[in-house]
Structure formats: structure tokens, C-alpha cells
Design a protein around this ligand. Structure first.
Ligand SMILES: NC(=O)c1ccc[n+]([C@@H]2O[C@H](COP(=O)([O-])OP(=O)(O)OC[C@H]3O[C@@H](n4cnc5c(N)ncnc54)[C@H](OP(=O)(O)O)[C@@H]3O)[C@@H](O)[C@H]2O)c1
Length: 339
């Protein structure tokens, strides 16, 4: 039996999760909600995706635009085994009573607090702990990137402590009302930023302090990591450790991928839909080892990195497979990741 998935909120993350579900052999997309009948609705309908109005009050908007919806969110929830909440940050938590009333499993995104589900998820770090759960939060794009590299380093060498500077994109490409336009904003100005404590929701034993800045760019986030390991590690050993994880992609500035815009150009040249790069990108030249201390610089494509994690979370919660390795392999193959 295939798992039937509903998506509440069809924006940056929601439309990518929807497209990924359409590629899974063990899932079907029951439908998605929209608040308004814009071009995204027409495109979704042309792909055969069922559209539901986010609430009964909004049906009239769709009727007026002569766009056919299949019902409301409540109707959609009756057609599904699990809902992936992709509504804007802090809005998702307001739907918790709705999902609970409908007795449906629910996934939230990183814009919600850990407490919304009481469990924060990353495929590589804690798939098995999500098995059969009714409520899960997939951590944010930045936290997902940090979990991927830190898990690999911790597994191979043990981490004594890690200090991270995050340079965050100011907004997603379509968000023309957000900024900053001409500023570098300590975001927050206090230390730590929320990212370190968020990583600890997934990897509680990691000693991590993070500080973050928002800058006027829309393409990707960049992180500079300084990690103290429990034992000496050569650069060769560090690359060997990362090579075990298909969702980590090593790129080289010497080969022409020396900035976030060149990573995006690379994604375009790979033929990636929407120029997505769900893999965590690490610059080869930035990996520098000083015995037990190391540095690296990594880039996170905020719009897509959490998409494979959502797919694995669905598989774990609905017990499509008990093995995280099997799920990630299936997700990677269907989405063309790690190649
Ligand atoms: N974008 C990122 O970089 C990123 C990365 C990782 C995690 N996240 C997290 O993912 C979640 C979704 O973010 P996003 O960037 O995808 O947001 P988004 O692009 O703004 O999309 C949210 C969608 O939710 C719909 N919506 C708005 N208000 C709603 C409501 N009250 N009820 C139901 N639907 C509503 C909107 O649909 P209509 O178009 O129909 O109005 C909108 O398209 C957030 O928790 C965010 O923190 C975002």
C-alpha cells in the first residue's frame, strides 16, 4: 500500500516536496492546499495535482477565478495518511489542533519550534527514532546542513567542540519584499544564534556555538566551521569520511565552482529542476586540518536541502521501511541526488 500524502502550503518548500513525492514509488500525492488561485494553482492542475482551498472561507476566491478545487483542507486530510505542513514559519503550529482533530500524522518544518512535535528530524542522524511517530519536525535548512557535516565528522573522529559562523541569505529569490538590500546584519546580534541549540535537538551531545549574519543575497547560505576533533585527522581522512554520504557534495574552486552563484550555475548545468541543490556543498580547498583542529566552508541551498529529509520522515513515520539507509537510498535515487 502506498502512503497518501497531503501538503498544506504550496510555496517554496511545499511545491518541492510535492514534486519529490510524485517521484516516490511508495507514495501518492493526495493533494495540496492553496490560499489563492494564482499561476501556481494552474501549473499544479496541469500536472494533475489536486488543489484544495486552505479554508472554507477561501473557496469563493477560487470560484470567482473559475478554478476548480477538490474541497478544503479538511476534505484533503480525509484523503491522506500524513500531512506535510509547509505553511509559513510560525503559522504551521496553529494547524496542530486541526491535524490532531483529523487524527492524521503530521510533519512540520524548521520555521516551527521543536516543541510543536517534540521530535526534530534529520535522515542521517535519527531516522530510526522517528519510526511510527505521529508528529515530527524536519529541522531548518541551516540546521540540516550542519547536522550532515557534523554527523559525518563525529562518526569518524568524534567532535570535542565546534564553532560556526553562518552567513545567511537575506530572502528566497521570489521574496522581493524582504531584505536586507544594502547591509550586513548580525542576525541575531547576540550569541549564540538559534542554530547551535537547534543542532543539539538532533545531536544533543555536540558542543556547538553559532553566530549568524544576514546578507543581501538570495541564492544560498554559507557556513564557516571550526571543529575540534577527539583525534588527529588528515585532510585525506576527512574527505574519506564525507565520501560515505551521498547528500554531501565536494566541489572545487579550482574547477570553477568557487562561489554560491557558481554552485547554482553548476546545478543548472546538471539539469536540476529549479536549479535545486539538495546536497550539502563543501568546498574542497576550504578543508584544512591542524591535527585535531579543522576548518571547512559549506554552502546550503535553502530552498531544497530539506526536501529529501521530508521524504525520509514520511517513510519513517508511516513505517514504509525500518531502515534509514534504505529510505535515503530510495529518496536519493528517485531525486537523482549524489550523482
Ligand atoms: N524557504 C526556505 O528557505 C526554507 C528552508 C527550510 C525550511 N523552511 C521552512 O518551511 C516552511 C515553509 O516555508 P516556505 O519558505 O516554503 O514558505 P512560503 O514560500 O511562504 O510558502 C508558504 C505557503 O503557505 C501558504 N500559506 C500562507 N499562509 C497560510 C495559511 N494561513 N494557511 C495555509 N497556507 C498558508 C502560502 O500559499 P499561497 O501561495 O496559496 O498563498 C504559501 O505559498 C517554514 O516553516 C520555513 O521556515 C523554509
Amino acid at each position: 500500500m502506498k502512503t497518501r500524502v497531503a501538503i498544506n502550503g504550496y510555496g517554496t518548500i511545499g511545491k518541492r516536496v510535492a514534486d519529490a513525492i510524485l517521484k516516490q514509488p511508495d507514495m501518492v500525492l493526495a493533494g495540496v492546499t492553496k490560499t489563492k488561485p494564482n499561476y501556481e494553482v494552474k501549473l499544479a492542475l496541469s500536472k494533475g495535482i489536486r488543489i484544495y482551498a486552505s479554508s472554507a472561507e477561501r473557496i469563493k476566491l477560487f470560484d470567482d477565478a473559475r478554478v476548480k478545487v477538490s474541497g478544503t483542507l479538511d476534505d484533503l486530510l480525509k484523503q491522506a495518511d500524513i500531512v506535510v505542513d509547509c505553511t509559513p514559519g510560525k503559522v504551521g503550529a496553529s494547524y496542530k489542533p486541526v491535524y490532531e482533530k483529523a487524527k492524521i500524522k503530521a510533519i512540520w518544518q524548521g520555521g516551527e519550534k521543536h516543541d510543536v512535535a517534540g521530535f526534530s528530524f534529520n535522515s542521517t542522524c535519527n531516522y530510526e527514532n522517528a519510526l511510527g511517530r505521529d508528529q515530527v519536525r524536519v529541522v531548518s535548512c541551516n540546521t540540516t546542513g550542519l547536522c550532515r557535516s557534523l554527523f559525518a565528522l563525529d562518526k569518524a573522529f568524534g567532535i570535542k567542540k565546534t564553532r560556526v559562523v553562518l552567513i545567511r541569505r537575506g530572502a528566497d529569490p521570489a521574496e522581493d519584499s524582504k531584505g536586507p538590500i544594502n547591509s550586513i546584519v548580525p542576525d541575531p546580534v547576540t550569541i549564540p544564534s538559534h542554530h547551535g541549540p537547534d543542532v543539539q535537538k538532533v545531536l544533543p551531545h555536540i558542543d556547538i556555538t553559532t553566530t549568524a549574519f544576514a546578507v543581501p543575497t538570495t541564492l544560498m547560505h554559507v557556513h564557516l566551521l571550526n571543529v575540534e576533533l577527539n583525534r588527529d585527522a588528515t585532510e585525506k581522512e576527512i574527505f574519506e569520511a564525507f565520501s560515505q554520504y551521498p547528500r554531501i557534495r565536494i566541489v572545487s574552486a579550482a574547477e570553477g565552482i568557487g562561489s554560491t552563484s557558481e554552485v547554482i550555475e553548476y546545478a543548472r548545468d546538471l539539469g536540476r529542476h529549479r536549479y535545486d541543490m539538495p546536497e550539502l556543498v563543501i568546498w574542497k580547498e576550504s578543508v584544512k586540518s591542524f591535527d585535531r583542529e579543522m576548518y571547512l566552508t559549506q554552502a546550503v541551498h535553502q530552498e531544497s536541502i530539506v526536501v529529501p529529509e521530508n521524504i525520509d520522515a514520511i517513510r519513517a513515520m508511516t513505517r514504509l521501511t525500518e531502515s534509514g539507509e534504505e529510505s535515503t537510498k530510495l529518496t536519493n535515487t528517485s531525486m537523482g541526488l549524489g550523482r
